[in-house]
Design a protein around this ligand. Structure first.
Ligand SMILES: Cc1cc2nc3c(=O)[nH]c(=O)nc-3n(C[C@H](O)[C@H](O)[C@H](O)COP(=O)(O)O)c2cc1C
Length: 373
């Protein structure tokens, strides 16, 4: 048998009925440009930059399953059928360029009803059309934030149904991967963390109780998400705050998610206390890779590494060392939408040919050879 000399970053990866042409994913990035949850032309233009750029997967931002599940007034939603058509346009653009369209669906919980980042990301004031937030317990994210309503039986049923219906709409829009947003202090994460979940019923208490709602949501979505399509889950692997969620807890959760049919875990961290300055972990190159590694080995599941991964060689090493199966890149893609293509040229992957529309490749590849000569 001859050794496979293809760089790991450019080896295809198959899950269920979907084959990703390489290991690069455009990480979800909120744009805050939706109107009543509907994507606008901005979203289309934003995603087309990546669709043409050579990544294997392009993921649409955190999309609210209910209106109160949005982070801001400008966040996308999938709680009504009218939101499907503008999303279908984006999904079709990704498919046109052989990039698998994915979408992250979620509920912002107690971190909802917030201003856009460039307006200060503060909790919306009385004259900014705020709304009632919900959470496992009536504990604000931090001082000065909205006090959420503790969820009751009716809320549990309503939110699970909303996740199920949003997944069905994502399918109708043409997405081939759904990722459940279980990270960054939003609703599902806030059930898991002992800092935000102080319930004393079946949905709180020990880890078993705190996992119950996120697992029920995952099971509900898996029931309607087709067997031949992958279902992913983003975790905050640890809170990084004293008394918070730890990596061992997350590994237990992931074992259970795997048994329910989750195919990959996207490994982020933090966000429970609402401010990075309160976290004990500080971002630096590849700072979350150890989480992807620990979860991959501890729960025997495919993982995606994310966070300050900017260089082709860095991404290649993460995969070659068996620490993750996919690499998600957010901010670097904003600066360089053809990041995957450039990485292929850098790593001398013959697959570079075919990652970009033929016309672009024809010119850029020659330019790159001339620069090297
Ligand atoms: C503008 C922007 C919006 C983001 N929106 C989301 C989001 O919708 N969902 C999510 O899970 N993470 C979101 N993130 C986090 C990214 O997906 C990613 O995890 C983080 O930026 C670290 O990766 P990077 O160093 O490659 O940027 C966002 C990040 C940025 C910069």
């Amino acid at each position: 048998m001859t050794e496979d000399t293809t760089p790991h970053l450019f080896r295809p990866f198959a899950q269920r009925g979907v084959t990703f042409r390489n290991r690069v994913c455009v990480s979800p990035m909120c744009q805050y440009q939706a109107i009543d949850g509907r994507m606008t032309d901005w979203h289309y233009d934003h995603h087309v930059r990546f669709a043409m750029g050579g990544a294997a997967v392009g993921m649409v931002e955190a999309t609210g399953v209910t209106p109160e599940g949005r982070i801001t007034h400008g966040c996308t939603g999938l709680w009504e059928d009218g939101q499907i058509a503008p999303m279908a346009r984006v999904a079709a653009a990704y498919k046109r360029y052989d990039c698998v369209p994915a979408i992250q669906i979620g509920h912002a919980g107690r971190k909802a009803s917030s201003a856009r980042p460039w307006d200060g990301a503060h909790p919306l004031g009385p004259d900014e059309e705020p709304w009632q937030t919900i959470a496992p317990s009536a504990i604000p994210t931090r001082e000065g934030w909205h006090t959420p309503k503790a969820m009751d039986e009716g809320d549990f049923a309503r939110i699970k149904n909303a996740f199920r219906d949003a997944a069905k709409r994502a399918l109708a829009a043409g997405f081939e991967v759904v990722e459940l947003h279980g990270a960054h202090g939003y609703l599902l994460h806030s059930f898991l963390s002992p800092l935000s979940n102080r319930r004393n019923d079946a949905y709180g208490g020990d880890l078993e109780g705190r996992m119950k709602f996120p697992l029920e949501v995952a099971a509900t979505v898996r029931e309607v998400w087709p067997e031949n399509l992958p279902l992913w889950y983003r975790v905050s692997a640890q809170d990084g705050v004293e008394g918070g969620l730890e990596i061992g807890d997350t590994i237990e959760l992931v074992k259970r998610l795997k048994a329910l049919g989750i195919d990959l875990v996207d490994c982020s961290s933090g966000g429970i206390a609402g401010s990075p300055s309160l976290a004990t972990v500080h971002p630096g190159p590849g700072f979350q890779v150890p989480f992807a590694d620990a979860i991959r080995k501890g729960a025997d599941i495919a993982t995606m590494a994310v966070g300050f991964i900017t260089e082709a060689e860095q991404a290649e090493a993460i995969l070659a060392e068996g620490k993750a199966d996919m690499i998600a890149i957010a901010r670097e893609h904003l600066a360089d939408p053809v990041w995957a293509y450039r990485a292929a040229l850098k790593l001398d992957a013959p697959e570079a040919h075919g990652l970009l529309p033929h016309l672009y490749h024809w010119y850029l590849e020659r330019r790159s050879r001339l620069k090297r000569a």
